[in-house]
Write a protein of this length. Structure first.
Length: 692
């Protein structure tokens, strides 16, 4: 056990306050005779005398030393105990030295005995209780520290004795003389108590001592006003000597209050000061840009235009929003943009500054701007930026934009005003369109091939023409062909045996194909002459779709010969709306089977239709490409273009219902009628004549 630990234990055992004595009886208070009861009457005698301060008092004395077998008793009046458990008796007396008295027998004494008797009422008489040790209870034999030989030289002795535990309403004191020559100058009866005290900002009430001299009486405590508990339970121990010991638990001043009066009170903070937390700390002046005019403030309010962030401590000063960013620099590269800027001149007194970039697309014809759509990419991000540089991509070509760079910090959200910002206006340049997303081989023969594609997702202007590059197998140099085509339409070119490839058509033996597009600025509007090839291409697209249907029919017929037609038709009929009847499978292709059926719509006569289905297990991309064909067909209403009757997407399989072509595949029809005037009229009508 270390010395420091021993000192700590000793400090707990040391009394915190001195004892308080409460007197129950004192013979010095008597103004008349005491009239205590004595037995026998020739024993103790009441006389007037003086105390050590020469104040007149009533005393008792006895000196029958020359007579043998002395047994003189003196009993006090009834003394109420006031619910105390232990009392103390202070006796002041003088005793004459037996050796100083000549001619006395050997029975001379220099001591006397102290007794007490408990009773619930003042019921003692001259004969009861009996004058003997039982029923009286002996406390102690009292001996003087000094005896005297001559009366005028006698010294007063003072002795204190205690007894308990007491349980009845009161008690009597009794003094027994067995042959001494003595004077009982005064008798005081009192008890000890621990007085009301304040320890650790807790009040402990007045508490009487315990029944035994070693007893510890627990007294509960309560925090002083404006204090709160920090450790419980609150209690203090009162020992047998009336001293407080071993405090347990504590209180501390609440927020807005500080210790005062030697840590016995908690007083309110004065105006202009505050204390945010409970504890023993003192009030301090309000932090910068804050104030308070009330007392007991736990926080100082911010001045107008200044705020505290959600994570700011009350001890922190109030801050404000930053000024706008400086020196904004923009660098435009076609449809991309780089923005850079410098820190604001005033950070608002904070170091948690960040930036937001707001993109707006402007419409000069309307004189307004609107927020950019989600396709615009701002890297690394557009909100909560800690760096001062961003890259913006996917803007539209030849378009005006406005970019607002906001400066914000931890208190911007507290301000009722918008963040300070700097604005830069830019106009994007001409830019090439994005790549064509998909290219489909719709049909192919020994000398011809039909392709279809979707327009670029970002055309960056009006698409004027597409460039198709191709080369035959085992030939490295590609042949480029630029053609004017309307988006979504199909393209078909013919290859003649013995001639080089002409036009953007690939034979089945070709290796790869690339497809590009050229865009024009939004202000470039095609003339009527420029639009004519587009219109002709629209008609060509319808014919090519027919060719694709006929080619697919060959595969379906093979499936029919394998005996699967009836099974598939039966399954498909479950998903056709009422009024539609599937008759037979007539072909198969990349996405699924093509069937012939009959469609009966309300208010219309029954017609023969072609039904194209999407096979089971399709991917999302296949489904999108499948439905894109219907999207293309649905844009036209012309007698020379195959007509879209409807699309089924809410059931499985997904189906496209179109007009039924009686003459079958167009490429087969043309080969059968090659060289005839009828064939030439078809080519002239649909713009499919060979290119030189």
């Amino acid at each position: 056990m270390t010395m420091d630990y021993l000192l700590f234990i000793c400090s707990l055992l040391l009394p915190l306050t001195s004892a308080v004595e409460e007197t129950l009886m004192d013979t010095k208070w008597a103004t008349t005779e005491l009239a205590w009861t004595s037995h026998p009457e020739t024993g103790w005698e009441e006389v007037s005398g003086y105390d050590d301060a020469m104040n007149p008092i009533r005393t008792y004395q006895v000196c029958n030393v020359r007579e043998l077998n002395q047994n003189n008793w003196l009993r006090s009046d009834f003394i109420p105990r006031k619910d105390v458990l232990r009392v103390y008796v202070e006796m002041k007396f003088t005793v004459r030295d037996c050796n100083s008295i000549p001619n006395i027998p050997g029975s001379c004494k220099e001591t006397f005995n102290l007794f007490y008797y408990e009773s619930d009422s003042d019921s003692a008489t001259a004969t009861t209780p009996f004058w003997m040790e039982n029923p009286y209870i002996k406390v102690d034999t009292i001996a003087p520290d000094e005896s005297f030989s001559k009366l005028d030289l006698g010294r007063v002795n003072a002795k204190v004795r205690s007894f308990g535990p007491l349980s009845k309403a009161g008690f009597y004191l009794a003094f027994q003389d067995l042959g001494a020559c003595m004077s009982l100058i005064s008798v005081r009866v009192f008890y000890k108590k621990c007085s009301t005290t304040i320890e650790n900002f807790a009040v402990f009430p007045e508490t009487a001592t315990g029944a035994e001299a070693t007893s510890l009486v627990i007294a509960p405590g309560n925090c002083v006003p404006n204090a709160v508990e920090v450790a419980v339970p609150l209690k203090l121990y009162c020992n047998g000597d009336g001293e407080w010991m071993v405090p347990v638990g504590s209180c501390t001043c609440a927020s807005g209050f500080e210790p005062a009066m030697k840590n016995t009170q908690c007083q309110a903070c004065s105006p202009g000061t505050f204390k945010s937390k409970q504890g023993e700390g003192f009030c301090t002046p309000c932090p910068p840009n804050s104030l308070t005019s009330s007392t007991a403030a736990s926080v100082c309010s911010c001045r107008n235009g200044y705020y505290r962030g959600d994570s700011d401590a009350p001890e922190a000063g109030c801050t404000t929003v930053p000024s706008s960013p400086r020196n904004v620099i923009s660098s435009v590269n076609e449809t991309s943009l780089v923005l850079e800027w410098s820190d604001p001149r005033d950070s608002g007194g904070r170091d948690d500054i960040f930036y937001n970039v707001i993109c707006k697309k402007c419409h000069p014809e309307r004189g307004s701007c609107s927020r950019c759509d989600n396709n615009v990419d701002i890297t690394p991000h557009y909100l909560g930026l800690t760096q001062r540089r961003v890259t913006v991509r996917n803007l539209q070509a030849h378009t005006q934009y406005s970019f607002e760079i906001q400066a914000a910090n931890g208190v911007t959200a507290k301000s009722p005003y918008s963040p300070q910002s700097s604005t830069v206006n830019i106009t994007t340049n001409q830019a090439a369109p994005s790549a064509v997303p998909t290219v489909h081989l719709m049909a192919a023969s020994s000398s011809t091939m039909s392709l279809s594609w979707l327009p670029p997702e970002r055309p960056n202007g009006i698409i004027l023409d597409y460039e198709i590059k191709y080369h035959e197998k085992d030939q490295g140099e590609a042949i480029a062909h630029t053609m004017t085509a309307w988006p979504y339409f199909l393209v078909s070119r013919a290859l003649r045996p013995g001639h080089p490839l002409i036009g953007p058509v690939l034979t089945p033996d070709c290796g790869r194909a690339t497809l590009g597009a050229t865009a024009a600025p939004p202000t470039s509007v095609p003339t009527c002459r420029e639009q004519l090839p587009l219109i002709v291409g629209s008609a060509t697209a319808g014919l090519v779709f027919i060719i694709a249907v006929v080619v697919i029919a060959i595969v379906c017929l093979k499936k029919q010969r394998n005996g699967s037609e009836s099974e598939y038709t039966e399954k498909l009929q479950q998903y056709i709306t009422p009024g539609t009847k599937i008759e037979e499978v007539i072909g198969a292709g990349e996405f699924g089977e093509v069937c012939r059926g009959r469609l009966k719509l309300p208010g219309r006569r029954e017609i023969i239709v072609a039904i194209k289905t999407l096979k089971v297990g399709y991917t999302e991309r296949q489904r999108r490409d499948f439905l894109s064909e219907a999207s293309i067909m649905g844009q036209f209403d012309h007698p020379n273009i195959i007509r879209l009757e409807g699309v089924v997407t809410k059931s499985r399989p997904v189906m496209i219902v179109t007009e039924f072509m009686e003459n079958g595949a167009l490429d087969s029809f043309l080969r059968l009628n090659d060289g005839s005037s009828r064939s030439s009229s078809w080519l002239a009508c649909y713009g499919a004549s060979p290119l030189a």
